[in-house]
Design a protein around this ligand. Structure first.
Ligand code: SAH
Length: 480
């Protein structure tokens, strides 16, 4: 049996208030809250407040509301479309309610649901779009929580986009057949090229894109977003990343992006795993490039989801070049890179006044050659060094840096699975670092941070690297 919700005792509707009078009776906080809410409409506000608070007076002056500075009298309600009894005084509020009803006007009494003909919602305002949230008295806190959640889901530019849509309504009706073609146009309008242009502040570009769609209907313009998924925790995804995931037709993700993050995408989006992990079949970079270009040409909205930040050791350069060459539009959405997540897990200041003011992001793989890379000199002069993909070269990194003159006592912090609940933390010195290389049980991604600033970290929840037992090598095909 499908779940049938109980009946709503208060049913949401949108009331036209343009040019209508709305009366608020009250002079304190309650009245001000209602004034602020109704001030978002184009109603004419009349506020009955013989002794208005300073805040209310300020609001009235700033918003051009009519102020009646006389004691309440029933005739002040005449002609109003809605009345709010917001005096904070029960006797007066009751009188206002009775008087309004006698005049046939719907009335709301603040904090007295039993006296209300209607309730005001918590409002997400992207005029002309509005989302109204009602809880029928389950509580303003719940309504505010829901409002915050919905607010995050909606692009700040939604209102501008909706206003633009109004100007295209007639043309779409004239030029496009009812049904699928029109639906397709509007879906592309709200999620495709026009929406992207408006989000980028380019309303005339949005206008041009929408006009082009009217002339060549059915021709969707593909777009690829290179999106940083962050280090793994779902709530370290950015709001923009989440929005794009909700709009994607196809999601191409790396192996390091946890399923829980991929699952935040639109339910019916096609999901393609392209990463290499534990010997699974994976695509070569040129295959991935070709796939992105092909999907873009088909008019798909593609999210290329990469762990951390897409521009840090993510091969984004190659993908962007392929997209540029093919003339496919793309954008980049930054993410929380692993070094930042690891530092947060250790409460580790990456820059520290008087200690270090520079940072190096490296893989350490260039230390294997003959010449010392430039970043090693930075490390010696005090930079904080974050080593990506560094587990299998830990001994090399430590050996070469010590050889180059970095003190073997330099502090080191290591995190496996940064930001995730199953993370493991280790600490020690550069001299201890080689122990990491034999730790084949570290199956998750590993971040190593080296430098004097590391000494300022919190090691309470971490194990000493020196105390690690050296495990016998097991080849599980994992590269960290
Ligand atoms: N673009 C990614 C890096 C990809 S390279 C970013 O900005 O974070 C892959 C390497 O990133 C891993 O070998 C590991 O060193 C690091 N890494 C990614 N996620 C990690 C995590 N949750 N914890 C620790 N290291 C991580």
């Amino acid at each position: 049996m499908p779940h049938v919700p109980p009946k709503l005792t208060a049913f949401p509707v949108f009331v036209r208030l343009e040019g209508e009078a709305v009366v608020i009776v009250g002079e304190g906080e309650e009245a001000l809250a209602k004034a602020r809410l109704l001030g978002q409409s184009s109603a004419r506000l009349r506020i009955i407040a013989p002794e208005a608070s300073a805040d209310l007076l300020g609001w009235i002056a700033a918003n051009g509301a009519a102020h009646v500075a006389r004691a309440y009298a029933p005739e002040q309600l005449e002609g109003a479309a809605l009345v709010f009894a917001a005096s904070g005084d029960e006797t007066l509020d009751r009188r206002v309610v009775e008087d309004a009803r006698a005049l046939g006007i719907k009335v709301n009494a603040v904090d007295r649901p039993e006296l209300c003909d209607f309730f005001t919602p918590a409002l997400v305002n992207r005029a002309p779009v509005a989302v109204a949230i009602g809880t029928e008295g389950a509580g303003p806190v719940l309504a505010q929580l829901l409002r915050a959640r919905i607010d995050r889901m909606l692009s700040p530019s939604l209102g501008t986009l909706a206003s633009l849509a109004v100007t295209f309504r007639d043309a779409a009706e004239r030029l496009l057949a009812k049904g699928a073609p029109r639906r397709h146009f509007w879906r592309e309008f709200f999620e495709g090229a026009p929406a992207r242009a408006v989000a980028g502040g380019d309303v005339s570009g949005a206008h041009a894109a929408a006009s082009a769609m009217l002339v060549a209907p059915g021709h969707a313009i593909g777009h690829v977003a290179l999106v940083g998924a962050g280090p793994g925790a779902e709530d370290l995804l950015t709001l923009r990343a989440q929005r794009l995931l909700m709009e994607a037709d196809v999601i191409l993700h790396d192996a390091l992006v946890p399923d829980a993050v991929v699952a935040m995408g639109r339910r019916d989006a096609e999901r393609i795993a392209v990463g290499k992990r534990k010997g699974c079949h994976s695509k070569s970079q040129s295959e991935i490039n070709a796939l992105l270009v092909g999907l873009g040409r088909q008019g798909k909205r593609v999210v290329r989801l990469k762990s951390g930040d897409p521009l840090v050791f993510g091969r984004a350069g190659e993908e962007m070049a392929a997209l540029r060459d093919a003339g496919i539009s793309y954008e980049v959405v930054p993410g929380v890179t692993a070094a930042f997540a690891a530092a947060a897990d250790f409460e580790l200041p990456l820059t520290l006044r008087g200690v270090t003011s520079s940072m190096v992001f490296t893989t350490g793989h260039d230390l294997r050659g003959g010449a010392l890379p430039d970043w090693a000199k930075l490390a010696i002069s005090g930079a904080t060094v974050a080593v990506y993909m560094g587990r299998s070269v830990a001994a090399d990194v430590a050996g070469r840096l010590i050889e180059a003159g970095l003190s073997p006592d330099t502090a080191v912090a290591v995190v496996e699975n940064a930001s995730l609940s199953e993370r493991r933390r280790f600490h020690g010195t550069l001299a201890d670092l080689p122990a990491l290389e034999s730790r084949h049980d570290l199956g998750g991604p590993v971040m190593t941070i080296i430098g004097d600033a590391v000494a300022g970290a919190n090691f309470r929840r971490s194990q000493a690297l020196a105390a690690l037992p050296v495990l016998s090598p097991v080849n599980d095909g994992v590269t960290a």
